[in-house]
Ligand binder design. Structure first.
Ligand SMILES: [Zn+2]
Length: 99
């Protein structure tokens, strides 16, 4: 487990989040892709909140209200990216749908 790699991934996540907040979605994608490459190289699994807030199809960082729509369904959360991809997660009833 590489602490440096973990910190870089967290830093990139924060940058991607900020880029998405200001509407720079392509920049957000670059940060997300780089973080994924680092994780792959170091054989790290990405943190849950990273996976939840990134689109599997277009790699953008998802900001509900900006480029993603979040719907709560019984027992699950449905997140739809502006690219059209949807992701579904089990809904534990805890606050893990929040950032
Ligand atoms: Zn997408």
């Amino acid at each position: 487990m590489s602490v440096v790699a973990t910190e870089r991934i967290e830093r990139l996540r924060a940058l991607a989040r900020e880029a998405a907040r200001t509407g720079e979605f392509d920049r957000a994608r670059e940060h997300v892709r780089l973080a994924r490459r680092i994780a792959e190289r170091h054989r790290l699994s990405l943190p849950r909140r990273f996976r939840r807030f990134t689109c599997d199809r277009c790699d953008v960082y998802l900001r509900p209200g900006a480029n993603a729509r979040v719907r709560l369904r019984p027992g699950r959360v449905v997140v739809r990216c502006d690219c059209g991809a949807t992701a579904r997660y089990p809904h534990s009833g805890r606050t893990d749908t929040k950032e």
